[in-house]
Design a protein around this ligand. Sequence first.
Ligand code: ZN
Length: 338
Amino acid sequence: MATASDKITRTRRVDNAKQDSDGIVSVTRTCHILASRERPCCWSRRRWLATTALAAAVLPRGSRAQATSEPAEDPLIWDGHCHLSSMPGRSPREKMKALIAVADRFGIQRLVCFMGWPFAVDPTPDELRRQNEQVAEAISAAPERALGYVYVNPRHVDASLAEIDRWIGNGPMVGVKLWVAVRCRDGRLDPIVDRVAHYDGVIFQHTWIKTGGNLSGESTPDDLVALARRHPQARFICGHAGGNWELGIRAVRPQANISVELAGSEPTRGFTEMAVRELGAERVIYGSDAAGRSFASQLAKVIDAPLSRQQRRAILRGNLRRMLADILRRREPKPERP
Ligand SMILES: [Zn+2]
């Protein structure tokens, strides 16, 4: 396992936020790759797609025969971590349309969105309601493509429970997003987790281990382990795998009801590989943190990792779909009685 300092000295930075030769804007902002790799890092989008498992799903029909890797039935992708805030558009619907237009370039079939705009680190009950309404409106514009988590704040337990009942109990949302208002080992999380578990939703908790120190209400993966131990029946997602993922992955390893998600950090080689090795592919979930991060840079963590086809499918779609299977099944329209 390379140390952090090894990585710094062995990586090179590539800025490629520019138009490629096809005239298509490359949405990769910054790409860190190991210098030991032989292949060039600044590929055109077409070349990148043609050598990945995405190719069959993404390339136009006429191009599929050129795909060099996996066959045409390879799965599309669910992205478990998207935001509307920095997408262009004046309304939730316009922002969702813009997000889907970019997602379509990458074969991303489903987008889980949460939090409206502007970002609020300690939202009031009114702000929670307003932002959840924004997300609900965005989802309603693309119900076949978008899913949502309810934004809640454990400083306002009653308001959070009301939002959960409103949006998960009645649909269409399928989980909650907890950000940085309260460290999640706090007892105020307990009624929120119980209510979400009652509806078979998932609990998505932002986590980070910041070298300079976390925000006062910002959770680490250790905080999430403490919470998940108290709720063995609930399903947790450790957002960002703790940011400092080498520590975060190890922290959650013993707690089987926590999965890690890969979003929101540099596309460093070794991240997905370590998560799979330590947790098993079934506990690793792809997410991008778009539009704060690009789909391309975040997908690269999975596409470029030496995984089996089965593992890649699980991370890109299967694991999240399985976690949400119960709640989504209940949302399906009931057959009419004769
Ligand atoms: Zn995010």
